[in-house]
Ligand binder design. Structure first.
Ligand SMILES: C[S@@+](CC[C@H](N)C(=O)[O-])C[C@H]1O[C@@H](n2cnc3c(N)ncnc32)[C@H](O)[C@@H]1O
Length: 236
């Protein structure tokens, strides 16, 4: 199953190492089993920010759970001027992200806006006045066990400000009735419904302000036909 996966047979290696314990991700990072790491900013994120089609606030606070090496964390701090926190349960990932930031010749003002922290997203708390204007999820939702998806939804709701935006870059996006959704990864799968059913909880309301399949010619090869970007605005 993993042999014909777009990310190659290292997805099989991932599945044999990961358990429900987020610390098992650190083993992957230490063994350099990181097939999801594309080495660059995700083109659909760049496109949605730079098109100006959504009036994202600037100079606020952003969160990137499961940030990995942090390409997109650095990009959001740079493009929107947000104080941006990249969270990862793996200390090795955070070390790699800090190294990337240090080696990227960023100006000091930008460096002061980028913060990488080792933390379990499910235990992460911020006071009321530190809630986020923007949360960006790319391959974090599909990294957690599906049994934790409703907890992901309640955490997003507890961390984002009313009026804040959530960008979900879904990869791999599979059809709702795909007979073999687990053939996708890393290591799980997603579709629009799987986010929607866990976000609208506890009376919170979300408006879908963008829902699109990026043009294949803008995507990295392994993403063609497998990405969907949805931007949600928390309205209440
Ligand atoms: C599939 S990788 C994606 C990394 C990054 N978003 C990227 O695309 O390059 C998932 C990341 O989530 C992190 N992770 C897994 N469970 C976590 C948790 N409970 N809290 C924070 N990070 C977690 C892993 O260490 C890993 O770096």
């Amino acid at each position: 199953m993993a042999d014909d996966h777009p990310l190659g047979n290292r997805v099989g290696d991932m599945r044999s190492i990961l358990t429900e314990d987020p610390q098992t991700w650190d083993i992957l990072w230490k063994q350099k089993v990181t097939p999801w790491d594309s080495g660059e900013i995700q083109p659909p994120l760049r496109q949605v920010v730079e098109s100006g089609e959504i009036p994202f606030t600037k100079g606020g606070r952003a969160l990137v759970p499961g940030c990995g090496r942090g390409y997109d964390t650095i990009y959001l701090a740079s493009a929107l001027g947000h104080d941006t926190i990249g969270l990862d349960a793996s200390a090795t990932a955070v070390e790699a992200a800090n190294q990337l930031a240090q080696s990227s010749s960023l100006d000091l003002d930008l460096v002061s806006k980028i913060h990488f922290e080792v933390a379990d997203f499910f235990k992460y708390e911020v006071p009321e006045d530190r809630k986020f204007d923007l949360i960006y999820d790319y391959t974090f939702f599909v990294a957690i066990p599906p049994s934790k998806r409703s907890l992901w939804g309640s955490q997003i709701n507890s961390l984002i400000k009313p009026g804040g935006y959530l960008i979900t870059l879904m990869f791999p996006h599979v059809p709702v009735h795909d007979p073999q959704p687990y053939a996708a990864g890393p290591p799980f799968y997603s579709n629009f419904t799987s986010y929607e059913e866990v976000l609208r909880v506890g009376g919170s309301e979300w408006e879908v302000v963008l829902n699109k399949i990026p043009d294949d010619d803008t995507l990295l090869d392994v993403h063609k036909g497998k990405d969907r970007i949805v931007v949600w605005k928390r309205t209440a």
